[in-house]
Design a protein around this ligand. Structure first.
Ligand SMILES: Cc1cc2nc3c(=O)[nH]c(=O)nc-3n(C[C@H](O)[C@H](O)[C@H](O)COP(=O)(O)OP(=O)(O)OC[C@H]3O[C@@H](n4cnc5c(N)ncnc54)[C@H](O)[C@@H]3O)c2cc1C
Length: 380
């Protein structure tokens, strides 16, 4: 077994794969080790929604645009289908529509379009006051995309994969694993929600905890949604809308009318698979030891929000699952705990949307190169 590489990456989730791609693009010979046989964490449990509109202004928004462009470039090469494009943020209340109007008029609203209630097409509910259409997003099915990206990196970009290898310790230039020692000048640790095996002090200092989400798949309703869908609750959830002057009024109305949804951290995301089924979520529960169960009441609240936005009175649930991602006060961070070593973590549940960009920044930094242009743009 080859044991010496230019760059060794711990973790085969989307953040690890993003670093592997960036390293390979610089002509390096990277290796990825993961203790699982294949990625089984958040990276294959998510919506596969590469979200731009709604990301916080500044670096995260610019990272999302860059990562979206990398997905668009890599998907056809790796045989990954782009299933949907764009985003419809549906307004149930006038306060939500006012927020969307303000957002559309601001710098991040570029190319977004406001749709009034009467102009919304079936299957969107006729009770909606309007919606914002954003053209910036892409959506893939992560259960297909992550394995295909892995295979493509291995076969076409000379990335070596070592599954079922647990990394126990990292030192400058080497890692100790369940399969012995590997050496590499550069090491990037992307451990997702494992907060105890590697660099636990750094993660504790950054106050990283876990966030658990409920997810559902609904049988095809027999129609297509024009784009992934969100609703009023999402405007509280995504910091990109934080500066909208109408947000406090929306928050007050949601607190009065949808307290149980807010208590469970629910916002609506609905995306559609090629067989017509809808992947729907999500709730958010935070803590070091997430409850392993999936209480039905939480799912029912998610489904009622879905029915308020789309013409689907009795959604037929065909699958339920939960996912966990690391969460903390930072949106994401890349830290240098040792010479030649980086610890990379997205702590806001946006890794599919920003990972490719973060990978480019980390590898440039390890090589002593300037940061990519989008990361340096101070004006945006
Ligand atoms: C339900 C859900 C829905 C989401 N929806 C979206 C979405 O639509 N869009 C979006 O942008 N983001 C979304 N997210 C967030 C996104 O999925 C995550 O930010 C992203 O997947 C994190 O990727 P990762 O590679 O850091 O972690 P993971 O996918 O968890 O991978 C980490 C890997 O590291 C391995 N590992 C850890 N420690 C070791 C060790 N010591 N040795 C060997 N291997 C190790 C693990 O086995 C694992 O395979 C969602 C998350 C969830 C849970």
């Amino acid at each position: 077994m080859e044991r010496s590489f230019d760059c060794l990456i711990v973790g085969a989730g989307v953040i690890g794969l993003s670093h592997a791609l960036a390293a390979a693009r610089h002509g390096l010979r990277p290796a990825v080790v993961d203790r699982d046989a294949s990625a089984a964490g958040a990276s294959v449990r998510n919506f596969g929604f590469i979200t731009v509109t709604g990301q916080p202004a500044g670096l995260t928004w610019r990272r999302a645009r860059r990562a979206r462009d990398v997905w668009a470039e890599v998907a056809p090469l790796a045989g990954i289908t782009i299933l949907q494009r764009g985003l419809l943020v549906c307004a149930r209340r006038h306060e939500a529509l006012h927020c969307l109007e303000e957002f559309a008029a601001g710098p991040m609203g570029e190319d977004c379009r406001l749709l009034r209630g009467g102009s919304l097409a079936y299957p969107l509910s006729s009770d909606l006051t309007g919606a914002l259409h954003s053209p910036h997003e892409l959506r893939v099915d992560s259960r297909e995309a992550i394995p295909r990206l892995t295979t493509w990196l291995e076969q076409e970009r000379r990335v070596a994969f070592h599954p079922r290898v647990a990394v126990r310790a990292v030192e400058p230039g080497r890692v100790e694993t369940s399969a012995g020692r590997f050496t590499a000048e550069m090491i990037v640790v992307c451990p997702g929600p494992d907060l105890v095996t590697l660099f636990p002090e750094e993660l504790a200092r950054r106050e990283v905890t876990l966030c658990k989400l409920h997810m559902l798949r609904i049988a095809s309703p027999g129609w297509s949604i024009p784009a992934p869908v969100m609703s009023d609750l999402s405007l509280l959830h995504y910091d990109g809308y934080a500066d909208c002057a109408s947000l406090p009024a929306l928050r007050a109305r949601l607190a009065a009318e949808q307290g149980p949804w807010l208590a469970e951290g629910i916002q609506l995301v609905a995306v559609q698979n090629s067989d017509g089924s809808l992947v729907v979520g999500e709730s958010r529960h935070y803590g070091a030891a997430p409850d392993p169960s999936q209480p039905r009441e939480v799912d029912d609240l998610i489904l009622s929000e879905l029915s308020a936005v789309l013409d689907i009175e009795r959604p037929q649930v065909v699958e339920r699952w939960t996912g966990v991602f690391p969460s903390g006060p930072d949106i994401a961070f890349v830290e240098a705990p040792m010479q030649g070593v980086r610890l990379a973590m997205v702590t806001s549940g946006t890794g599919a949307s920003t990972g490719f960009a973060i990978g480019e920044e980390t590898i440039a930094d390890l090589l002593g190169l300037a940061a990519p242009p989008y990361a340096l743009d101070p004006g945006a």
